[in-house]
Design a protein around this ligand. Structure first.
Ligand code: FAD
Length: 142
């Protein structure tokens, strides 16, 4: 799995995510990649999980995407089980709820961070996913 954080270069982010979702769901399903994309007005936070070579291939594409910048890998680890196995990609709008990630991260805060605790971020993403409300999300896998 890989978890990264990045700054959005587009606004509104939710519109960009709709476009990303259109392409992502079919490709992720094809590759067997699952995960969670959290976004806020200015940041993206995404977890990608699957076969290592596929995850690395997709991540290289995502890193080069001009819709965001300052892509920073915060966790890269071998894992035997998936955290978000039921979603080709769940898309979660941080504004949809009061949550710890929203409190903790802003694009400004990102500038100041020298180190982000990857496992802690993964824990927070998992926490959000437990209360995941598809009606507040932009898209999810079928
Ligand atoms: P093309 O659509 O032909 O893209 C060609 C190039 O143009 C690429 O560099 C692409 O990044 C860029 N591009 C495409 N559309 C736009 C646009 N509307 N505005 C600006 N540039 C554009 N893809 C997935 O498959 N799965 C994911 O989980 C996933 N997550 C993403 C998360 C984030 C935060 C971002 C920003 C992108 C994500 N993407 C994801 C999209 C990914 O970066 C690629 O755009 C996508 O996989 C298609 O790439 P392509 O080269 O095959 O196709």
């Amino acid at each position: 799995r890989i978890v990264y954080i990045s700054k959005s270069t587009v606004a509104p982010v939710s519109e960009a995510v709709s476009n990303i979702a259109r392409k992502s769901l079919s490709r992720n399903m094809q590759l067997g990649i699952t995960g969670f994309l959290y976004f806020d007005e200015k940041i993206f936070l995404q977890e990608l999980e699957g076969v290592r070579s596929d995850v690395e291939w997709l991540y290289a594409k995502i890193e080069a995407d001009p819709r965001h910048s300052d892509v920073r890998t915060i966790l890269r680890q071998d894992a035997e089980t998936r955290v978000f196995g039921e979603w080709s990609m769940a898309f979660f709008d941080g504004k949809a709820s009061d949550n710890e990630l929203r409190r903790r991260f802003s694009a400004e805060a990102l500038d100041e961070l020298s180190e982000v605790d990857g496992p802690e971020i993964l824990r927070l993403l998992r926490e959000i996913s437990v209360s995941y409300d598809p009606s507040k999300a932009i898209a999810r896998s079928a």
